[in-house]
Ligand binder design. Structure first.
Ligand code: SF4
Ligand code: SF4
Length: 75
């Protein structure tokens, strides 16, 4: 679980009604951004390393991930 209340600033949004906690998004993120929280749902543990590449979204077979607009220029 993240130590701060930062989730409202995350742009990788997980629909908890769809997610089964399989961990594919965590495993295949090329930047090692994601972790499972203590409830088994992914969150952006290392948000600033995200490339906004969509791999997490494509690797989710349950279509539980949406990427919102990045709130600032990251490149
Ligand atoms: S968008 Fe890419 S870099 Fe960012 S969390 Fe998803 S897989 Fe990782
Ligand atoms: S790949 Fe999808 S179902 Fe699996 S943990 Fe990530 S968001 Fe949840």
């Amino acid at each position: 679980m993240s130590g701060c209340d930062c989730k409202k600033y995350e742009w990788v949004k997980v629909d908890k009604s769809k997610c089964d906690g399989c961990g594919n998004c965590v495993e295949f993120c090329p930047r090692d951004v994601l972790r499972l929280d203590n409830q088994g749902f992914p969150y952006m543990a290392y948000r600033d390393d995200c490339w906004y590449c969509d791999v997490c979204k494509f690797m989710c077979q349950l279509d539980a991930i949406e990427l919102e607009t990045v709130p600032y220029l990251i490149r």
